[in-house]
Write a protein that binds this ligand. Structure first.
Ligand SMILES: Cc1cc2nc3c(=O)[nH]c(=O)nc-3n(C[C@H](O)[C@H](O)[C@H](O)COP(=O)(O)OP(=O)(O)OC[C@H]3O[C@@H](n4cnc5c(N)ncnc54)[C@H](O)[C@@H]3O)c2cc1C
Length: 404
């Protein structure tokens, strides 16, 4: 006689974590969608499997550079000069897709393609753009952006101590730049210095490897964005030809114009970072059992997941509207500042909840969430701190400046 078998209940199929809850990507034109998908595939198949090892080792994965070049996205959002084009929305989505897997890779790319290339794009003469942008767009020459100094961060607009002195067709630059991403190994530095003649900030294209007096020391022992190599640059009587001074730029207002665009990207990047943390934490919550049940079935865990998803969705919707303003030429410094402050602070809140959901494993690098958690700290601070962004917004809405 056959023994009665107890019916084994098959576990219900659980939804695959998806941080694009409102289907943002579906609204994209087919051409842009193809680029976004290509970037996602690259990040998931080439970057994700190796990035934690590099993060732990404080090293940059040069093995990824050929694949990054093949993506053909250098200068995304910029038109002509070999740049990818495609508009601000596509550029933002590329930053978000990169950030979703690793904020260091999106930072490396943002410094090169955003900060360095757009400094030349907006501030360079036609000749300078023709010369420098095509090899940078092909990522044959990699750039960095040197504004911050050891003693001057938030106060860079009025307080740069790096000086530039013109004699004939040659400028002599002296000073130091701190925290400069990519600088320990890249080819081209955009250096911002105060002209001793008129006290205005000017931009210079400096060739790292061949300029006498230009020295870079790698900053060691960071706890965030460990894959990005940041440097302390020291310039001692660096002689730069007038033809390498950004010809259109005349003051810090021109530097701020570059920062407006790149703060917009940091909003996207931070949203990507929150998305990556959320998806990893959700997967963990679906699989981790406590009290005999997946922790994702507990109300308090679901509450955290909902709050994270709300932060992410709010940031995505804000950024899409900002992309529209950008496309219409209406994005102001205050618009970009609001999104940088909001998206990075919501990212910081979300990655902390993701870490919490992973319990003790949330602080282990092997679980990825710890990496997003640490990296969000740098996004919150670089390209202008939360306080600086809010002071830009505060000035716009009150008509009163809190800057000294
Ligand atoms: C990982 C990383 C990468 C970076 N990459 C680059 C790069 O590629 N190129 C580059 O040029 N720079 C780079 N930076 C520098 C970055 O932009 C600065 O760290 C940032 O602007 C803040 O400057 P600071 O660190 O000197 O802080 P400080 O300006 O000393 O500020 C310290 C604190 O005081 C607050 N504060 C300052 N002034 C006021 C005020 N008036 N009111 C209220 N609060 C105030 C700030 O908000 C902050 O909380 C990077 C930084 C990091 C951490």
């Amino acid at each position: 006689m056959a023994t009665p078998t107890k019916e084994i209940k098959k576990p219900a199929e659980l939804p695959v974590p998806n941080s694009d809850f409102y289907g943002l990507v579906e609204t994209l034109p087919a051409e842009d969608l193809a680029v976004v998908k290509q970037v996602r595939t690259f990040m998931e198949t080439k970057v994700a499997p190796i990035i934690t090892k590099y993060w732990i080792e404080d090293a940059f994965p040069f093995e990824l550079l050929p694949g990054l070049k093949e993506l053909n996205i250098g200068g995304v959002g910029l038109e002509g000069y070999g740049c990818k084009g495609g508009g601000g929305l596509l550029a933002g989505l590329v930053a978000m897709e990169m950030g979703r897997v690793d904020a260091s890779i999106s930072t490396f790319f943002g410094v090169h393609s955003g900060l360095a290339m757009s400094s030349i794009y907006y501030g360079g003469s036609e000749e300078q753009k023709q010369k420098w942008l095509p090899p940078m767009a092909r990522m044959e020459k990699i750039g960095c952006f040197g504004l911050t100094e050891p003693l001057v961060g938030s106060g860079a607009s009025g307080g740069l101590t790096t000086t530039a002195k013109r004699e004939g067709d040659t400028w002599t630059i002296n000073g130091q730049k701190k925290w400069i991403g990519n600088s320990p190994w890249c080819d081209i530095s955009i250096i911002w210095a105060r002209d001793l003649a008129d006290n205005q900030v000017k931009g210079f294209i400096v060739e790292n490897k061949t300029t006498p007096g230009f020295k870079v020391e790698k900053i060691q022992n960071k706890i965030a964005l460990k894959v990005v190599q940041n440097g302390l640059i020291t310039m001692e009587n660096c002689r730069i030809l007038e033809e390498n001074r950004l010809q259109v730029d005349t003051s810090f207002r021109d530097t701020a114009k570059v920062l407006r665009g790149t703060r917009y990207f940091v909003g996207w990047e931070a949203t990507g970072c929150a998305m990556g943390a959320y998806e990893n934490a959700l997967k963990y919550a679906q699989e981790r059992l406590q009290f005999g049940k997946p922790i994702g079935s507990f109300q308090l865990i679901q509450d955290l997941l909902s709050r994270m998803l709300a932060n992410i969705t709010a940031a995505q919707c804000l950024l899409v509207r900002l992309a529209q303003l950008e496309a219409e030429g209406k994005m102001t410094d205050a618009h970009a500042a609001l999104s940088k402050a909001f998206c990075t602070s919501k990212c910081r809140e979300s990655v902390a909840w993701a870490r919490e959901i992973c319990g003790g494993n949330g602080i282990a690098a092997d679980y990825s969430v710890g990496r997003f958690f640490a990296d969000s700290e740098a996004l919150y601070t670089y390209e202008g701190t939360f306080q600086m962004q809010n002071m830009i917004v505060g000035k716009a809405v009150t008509g009163l400046s809190a800057f000294l």
